[in-house]
Design a protein around this ligand. Sequence first.
Ligand code: PBG
Ligand code: ZN
Length: 334
Amino acid sequence: MNFPITRMRRLRQSPQIRDIVRETKLNPEDLIYPIFVKEGLKDEEKEEIATMPDEYRYSLDDAVEFAKKLEKKGLKSIIIFGIPLESKKDNIGSPAFDDKGIVQKAIRKMKEETNLIIISDVCLCQYTSHGHCGILKSGIDINDSGETIEVLNDETLKYLAKVALSHANAGADIVAPSDMMDGRVAAIRETLDKNDFENVLIMSYSAKYASTFYAPFREAVCSAPSCGDRKTYQMDPANSIEAIREAELDIVEGADILMVKPALAYLDIIKSLDDNFLLPIAAYNVSGEYSMIKAGIKLGYLEEEAIMESLLSIKRAGADLIITHFAPYVLDKL
Ligand code: PBG
Ligand code: ZN
């Protein structure tokens, strides 16, 4: 049927009509809030992150207090990022699998004091002296920028499994490996199962791109690689078929939830994984996406509505879950 019988504007004529025909809605349970917990920070001395306006590094206690506030507003899940003391970092990222590490402590306390679903980021980069997500081939001078950096795949798997296990021991409900090594999901699943953690979920950063949109995050957690880049493990932004292969492998290895990261510049990838696979899909609305919109609003180039519109686009593309620094804002809006 054509115009004038069909008039698309009939469906848009009032807020009430628009409300009842709206296809996509954001709900509090769609949101996962990323929180930064810094070792050695005193209570009530949260540090504002220079590259991420209104976001902070929290002490252990303050992080839990803030999480409680968000839980009262309807938040269901949180993902924890740790910032260890600089002096504890080493070549193999030991503080990442220390049972008394900052993330492990934060997981325990969050589990004790909230009913939130606790997700932990499993990676080494915040804990290694060289800032890479894996173990480097020995003998390479990591401070010599002229040297080729080789991040060892299979060697790294053992450490990632140790990290995931220590998070599960602390009480994590979901572990989220973000390193992009081959075989990490299988290695983690096997270790968790051997230790009677068969009910701990794995949310795999399946399609994680080597993106410049992570820059504000690296500043926030001091995890930029001291030399080289992450292009030998994170995906090439030009590729989409490869994302399907990554997701297929993660599913075979035992992933429960697939993730695409970043979100906004990769909406096609979210859609493609949602079309191709039956698993829940998460999307990571990364630091650069957050800071870009915050800066636009602050400068008066954008209006606040940009926040909801961009998050809605991520959901519309097919994400069931959205990891976003805008979660506190959205919870207030809904
Ligand atoms: C580390 C990690 C990164 C992010 C989450 N985990 C950055 C990176 O790969 O350098 C990015 C988060 C963000 O930008 O919000 N594996
Ligand atoms: Zn990493």
